[in-house]
Design a protein around this ligand. Structure first.
Ligand code: S3P
Length: 429
């Protein structure tokens, strides 16, 4: 599938972005571990999250779709999973694979996890190593890569300092601690998204959080079923926020966007760049802050983005690179080496594709430097690298171009946002 796109100004209207991907994964996982029936509304029906649903069905959990975005899950408790008869396919999802490996390490059965070509090239040593410290038995391909084969075990307590601020690693270890019933203390080097912790607390698990340290006391936990309405995904909203900022005479409203502070670094960046964005109607849904966002065309300036904010906007950096290309002056992004091990090497991908558009951009091992503004007019054929966020970021850049551009290999958008083009079309008049 390819996307063809060219200049669009006057974006207007009110849109809703689909449910949060991180929260959708966790809602299925934790409802499957609760005892009783949970209801999930606003579930993101993208390929990544549907792979997680399918995996829990293979683990013996009854999951029914009521209507679009509404699912019921009949959880059978922390010891209620069954040995799968076949390999578990996580698709493109690092979140699915990493969190599930932690959970499956502590089961009384054997399982094998695999994924697509990109996922089977991503680093899994970061979860294998601490899980092995707990006594987990995990086999991987050379270099700690999937497929992973897990012989479930009784695990030991863990006290561990994470070398990277990663919600996937953190959540994987929390799952191992939860399923093993052994005490667990983990400390992160910086704040990463905290949806797992919030949802576990809502499920009645006595998880303790003191700044960057999380602990579980050990014992037999009982999770209460969830009745959850998942907020819109700020990482999907980011594409339309960026689109409204860099096109002329635009003014849009995004309804019901998740504003969890461990995810909202993007809004802080927009504010610093001089973007016009107002948060309306702040409220809480499912233990998560949400609000509506009003965004208007703006003149942007380059800024420095580095340090602790990086994990709080890690998935938005590709689209921030597009904003930086349109902004006046220099934008410096550092401390973002994690981008190299996402669905693709996102530093390389964005530097290559924005260079083709004529942007003055160079890479560092841990980031990039961009001199704006550029009119983005050069080139006509661009690549997604099979990465959903690269594909959608390039499409946003295309909205500024007089000349039509084509982005190839865009099926990957289905992993997080199958309705991206339809939602964009709602804003075009
Ligand atoms: C996610 C955590 C982030 C993010 C990913 C989703 C999650 O990865 O990039 O898209 O749901 O836990 P890391 O925690 O590895 O940085």
């Amino acid at each position: 599938m390819k996307i063809e796109i060219s200049r669009q100004n006057n974006l207007s209207g009110e849109i809703k972005v689909p449910g949060d991907k991180s929260i959708s994964h966790r809602a299925v996982i934790l409802s499957s571990l609760a005892r009783g029936q949970s209801r999930i509304r606003g579930f993101l029906e993208s390929e990544d999250c549907l792979h997680t649903v399918e995996i829990f069905r293979q683990l013996g959990i009854k999951i029914n779709k009521q209507k679009k975005g509404v699912y019921t899950v009949s959880g059978s408790g922390l010891d209620g999973l069954q040995e799968p008869q076949s390999v578990l396919d996580c698709g493109n999802s690092g979140t699915g694979m990493r969190i599930l490996t932690g959970l499956l390490s502590a089961q009384s059965f054997y399982s094998v996890l695999t994924g697509d070509k990109s996922l089977c090239q991503r680093p899994m040593e970061r979860i294998i190593s601490p899980l092995e410290q707990m006594g987990a038995q995990i086999w991987s391909r050379r270099g700690g890569m999937a497929p992973l084969s897990v012989r479930g075990q009784k695990l030991a307590p863990l006290n561990y300092e994470l070398p990277v601020a990663s919600a996937q690693v953190k959540s994987s270890l929390i799952m191992a601690g939860l399923a093993s019933g052994e005490p667990l203390t983990i400390t992160e080097p910086g704040f990463s998204r905290d949806h797992t912790e919030r949802m576990l607390k809502n499920s009645g698990v006595p998880l303790d959080k003191e700044k960057l340290t999380i602990s579980l006391p050990g014992g037999r936990y009982k999770l209460t079923p969830l009745d959850i309405k998942i907020p819109g995904d700020i990482s999907s909203a980011a594409f339309f926020i960026a689109a409204a900022l860099i096109t002329e005479n635009s003014s849009i409203i995004l309804k019901n966007v998740g504003l969890n502070p461990t995810r909202s670094g993007f809004l802080e960046v927009i504010d610093k760049m001089g973007g016009s964005i107002d948060i309306l109607n702040k409220r809480k849904t499912a233990g998560e802050p949400v609000g509506d966002l009003q965004v208007k065309s703006s003149s942007l300036s380059g800024i420095e983005i580095r340090g602790d904010i990086i994990p709080r906007l890690i998935d938005e950096i590709p689209v921030i690179a597009v904003l930086a290309a349109r902004a006046e002056g220099r934008t410096l992004i550092r401390d973002a080496e994690e981008l190299r091990v996402k669905e693709t090497d996102r530093i390389e991908a964005m530097v290559n594709e924005l260079s083709k558009m004529g942007v003055s951009i160079a890479e560092y091992e841990d980031g990039m430097i961009i001199e704006g503004p550029s009119d983005l007019q050069k080139g006509d054929l661009f690549r997604s690298y099979g990465d959903h966020r690269v594909a959608m970021s390039l499409a946003v850049a295309g909205l500024c171009r007089k000349k039509k551009m084509t982005i190839t290999n865009c099926e990957c958008i289905n992993t997080s946002f199958p309705e991206f083009e339809e939602v964009l079309a709602e804003l075009i008049n």
